[in-house]
Design a protein around this ligand. Structure first.
Ligand code: M6R
Length: 357
């Protein structure tokens, strides 16, 4: 039920801090160690390469998941769009582990891949919000994202939950290999939950940003570098699916290779700046688009902010910024859709789960 909320999407955005805390609780023992099925631990340990297969928002979570697993656990990961995988099958390693990320656990494109790789005898793990779902039943193992039912077509809390669970999987793999980490990712997830709360309390400011930048525009670009690029893809998907504004996410450095031709007077460009090592280069990209008339809106992180940034997120660990940065992007999309009188929870032409190929 929506309770006092006007839309499920807004309710589900607000639930994210709770979901992250819930995940920590579900996957952590009292002594701080990770609680995980021994078979999953073994499958992660014995595989020589991980293949993440997903679609839409779950694919975007997979891109972040790759970085988390590679950086925290030191295991090589590839991420593939489910509907492309069978047509563009990469050369597989000797001992692959396939991870299917799916909120619904029913997405047909993923099931096509699952059936095929099971036939080849490969190990499979589904990360899903619906443990009894088809992908969960048919895979060897399941990791539950514990986000609670997600009703709005636009995925919000399932995305952040997927990234949190992938963080835990990465930590467990690092621990089981005996890797010493110089930070505690699970504790950092707690900090993420608090940061999310702070952001959910800033709705008025984000509504104003949506009004200022997106009320009348036909298009919008999201630019970011490194980890911020992945959240740009998600920000753009969110905006287009519920507000019907044509939106694209780009790696900052790619602009000059073509996209900059689309910048006109007043084109909104939402730039994400949460990564210290690329902070100056993304700001350079902002100058380039501003010089061509764009209306830049910079979302940065505490400690990296510059004068004139439109919105600053609280500081969180650099590996986990996507979980936090996405909140203002979700809320900006929500308010943009509202101002344009769109059906926020049930956007046109879309279904909650895509069960046909
Ligand atoms: O249930 P799944 O996670 O497998 O769904 C994948 C996509 O269909 C889904 O994420 C879709 O992109 C959402 N509408 C995004 O908000």
């Amino acid at each position: 039920e929506k309770g006092t909320y006007p839309h499920f999407m807004l309710k589900e955005i607000d639930e994210q801090p709770f979901v992250i805390r819930n995940i920590i609780q579900k996957y952590q023992n009292d002594d701080g160690t990770v609680r995980l099925d021994e078979n999953i631990r073994e499958a992660m340990k014995s595989s020589d390469r991980i293949y993440i297969i997903a679609a839409g928002t779950s694919y975007h979570a997979g891109l972040v998941g790759k970085q988390l697993i590679e950086k925290i656990a030191g295991r090589p990961v590839e991420v593939h769009i489910a509907s492309e995988f069978l047509y563009n099958m990469p050369l597989l390693s000797e001992n692959p582990l396939f991870i299917f990320i799916s909120q619904s656990g029913e997405t047909a494109d993923l099931r096509g891949v699952l059936v095929e790789v099971k036939e080849k005898g490969y190990k499979t793990l589904t990360v899903t919000n619906v443990p009894g779902s088809t992908l969960s039943r048919e895979a060897d193992f399941t990791l539950h994202t514990h986000a609670g039912p997600e009703i709005a077509v636009a995925s919000t809390k399932a995305y952040t939950a997927q990234m949190a669970v992938l963080t835990i999987l990465a930590v467990d793999t690092a621990n089981s290999k005996g890797t010493k980490l110089d930070f505690d990712p699970i504790q950092e997830l707690g900090i993420v939950a608090s940061a999310m709360e702070t952001l959910c309390d800033q709705k008025e400011k984000l509504e104003q940003i949506a009004r200022d930048y997106l009320s009348t525009t036909r298009n919008c670009f999201f630019i970011g570098r490194a980890a911020d690029y992945f959240v740009c893809l998600e920000g753009a998907l969110k905006l287009k699916e519920i507000s019907y504004i044509q939106a694209e996410g780009f790696a900052g450095g790619e602009l000059k290779h073509g996209t900059i031709a689309l910048i006109e007077d007043g084109t909104p460009v939402i730039a994400i700046a949460t990564q210290e090592h690329v902070n100056l280069s993304i700001r350079g990209n902002v100058k380039e688009v501003a010089a061509r008339g764009a209306n830049p809106c910079i979302v940065s992180m505490e400690g990296l902010e510059h004068d004139g940034d439109a919105f600053v997120i609280p500081k969180v660990h650099e590996y986990l910024t996507s979980l936090v940065t996405v909140i203002p992007l979700q809320l900006i999309s929500y308010y943009a859709a509202l101002h344009r009188d769109c059906d926020v929870d049930k956007p046109r032409n879309l279904a909650k789960s895509v069960t046909v190929e």
